[in-house]
Design a protein around this ligand. Structure first.
Ligand code: NAP
Length: 271
């Protein structure tokens, strides 16, 4: 599905470029510090841009960058007419106020859906770029016609980029949603009642196969070294009705959604 999306986007970018006399719309990615996983994610996003004809612009800042310095880099990208989308790779080093930096991204260029205003609009059902990983999950559910309305969705994790927005998106799609987190009691019992399970915990195979009921839809957003997710997938493959593999499930859809939202931003901004 992510490949199909890329094919369609490549056609749209060609049309855009013709209208711009060959000028290429830019997705700017900001990487602060040397975390190897973050560097890999940024590289993969840059390669996806190149495959569809967008220009990736990589901004790399040192580990000791301050909030003020990062804000000033974001201001430059906000003001640059060629930049249509801005992605600040999470997490940034701890001395930086990540929330302030996310919120500083121009809403029209917030193609990774990280600003509070974007989150608020999405939650209220207004037009906004959704956070890329949750929006990619919703695209998958739509594409495969997985019934969501009236189903009990249990989301394990409540991070601003994943757990919270996916819960709001499922709610907007008329699921009955339970959000679980580190203070939740009786997690296995709650997961056993789920028609749709979304693992967004950040701990390898933390969600056990025996917690998941037969016929459930299993979405594993986790990724850990060795291609392991947050859910014990090997124990559910034979009893669930659908699941996202790790790797190759939510990850490629996150990237496809990010670049789709960048193309949409370029079309709206007319550049
Ligand atoms: P995060 O910011 O670390 O959040 C983890 C969440 O899990 C928190 O809400 C935390 O609860 C909850 N949690 C931790 N321990 C728990 C426990 N024992 N029981 C129940 N809940 C618990 O992580 P994230 O950024 O959302 O990422 C989650 C996973 O998704 C990671 O594996 C990450 O690699 C993956 N990810 C994948 C992609 C992709 O493109 N495929 C993109 C983003 C993230 P509290 O709020 O109470 O602390």
């Amino acid at each position: 599905m992510s490949k199909q999306i890329e094919l369609e986007l490549a056609g749209r970018v060609q049309v855009l470029r013709r209208g711009l006399d060959g000028m290429v719309p830019v997705l700017a990615t900001i990487l602060v510090g040397g975390d190897p996983s973050s560097a890999t994610y940024v590289r993969m996003k840059g390669k996806a841009c190149e495959r569809i004809g967008l220009e990736p612009r990589r901004v790399e800042l040192p580990e000791e960058t301050t909030t003020e310095e990062l804000l000033s880099e974001i201001t430059k990208l906000n003001e640059d007419p060629r930049v249509c989308g801005i992605l600040l790779q999470h997490p940034v080093p701890s001395q930086i106020d990540e929330r302030a930096c996310f919120n500083h991204i121009d809403l029209a260029k917030d193609v990774d859906g990280v600003t509070v205003l974007g989150f608020g609009r999405m939650s209220m059902g207004e037009a906004a770029y959704g956070s890329a990983t949750p929006a990619g999950i919703m695209r998958l559910l739509n594409h495969y016609k997985v019934p969501v309305e009236g189903k009990h969705a249990v989301v394990i994790g409540r991070s601003p980029i994943l757990g919270k927005p996916v819960a709001m998106m499922l709610l907007n799609a008329n699921a009955t949603v339970t959000i679980c987190h580190s203070k939740t009691q009786n997690l296995p019992e709650i997961v056993r009642t789920a028609d749709i399970v979304v693992g967004a915990v950040g701990r390898p195979e933390f969600i056990k196969g025996e917690w998941i009921k037969d016929g459930a839809v299993v979405i594993d957003a986790g990724y850990h070294p060795g291609g392991i997710g947050d859910i014990e997938l090997s124990a559910v493959i034979d009893k669930c009705s659908a699941y996202t593999p790790v790797p190759g499930g939510v990850g490629p859809m996150t990237i496809a959604t990010l670049i789709a939202q960048t193309v949409e931003a370029a079309e709206k901004l007319g550049r």
